[in-house]
Design a protein around this ligand. Structure first.
Ligand code: FES
Ligand code: FES
Length: 158
């Protein structure tokens, strides 16, 4: 139990590498990640609305602006930097092929949500894709190309 004013120790594995840091127990996971240099994870709203901050925590997609870093202690995190193994992941390829991004701000969160969706359901219907992606907001694309990209990525079986 951390007393007021005390720092909390957080140990996590991010993209397969161990990190241990002391920090305010109020620090959000998204800020922890970005301060470590994982700036692919974006902050769009800070209120659990837009999904730009989506990462995987212990294999499940979470909005990292809604998780305290201390809640991730002992866990495994995957960020957008961790999915491609040095080259584009098939979902990233599909987003590029389908013009599924414009400004790109929502894209890392969209791709992490698609990654999670396809892990749970490798062959989703269009309706299931729309349902699985509904927590991620894009102000540019109009969504159809994003849906097409996820559909294409599902054929490649990432
Ligand atoms: S920044 Fe987390 S949901 Fe928008
Ligand atoms: S591409 Fe600009 S917000 Fe989605």
């Amino acid at each position: 139990m951390v007393k007021p004013g005390e720092k909390a120790k957080v140990r996590v594995k991010i993209n397969g590498v161990e990190y241990e840091e002391e920090m305010s127990p109020r620090k959000l996971l998204v800020h922890f990640l970005r301060d470590l240099g994982f700036t692919g994870t974006k902050v769009g709203c800070d209120t659990s609305t837009c999904g730009a901050c989506t990462v995987l925590l212990n294999g499940k997609s979470v909005k990292s602006c809604t998780v305290l870093a201390v809640q991730a202690d002992g866990g495994e995190i995957t960020t957008i930097e961790g999915i491609g193994n040095g080259k584009l992941h098939p979902i990233q390829e599909a987003f590029s092929n389908n013009f599924a991004l414009q400004c790109g701000f929502c894209t890392p969160g969209m791709i992490m949500q698609a990654y999670s969706l396809l892990k749970e359901n490798p062959n989703p219907s269009e309706e299931e894709i729309r349902d699985g992606m509904h927590g991620n907001i894009c102000r540019c694309t109009g969504y159809q190309n994003i849906i097409n990209a996820v559909k294409e990525a599902s054929k490649v079986r990432p």
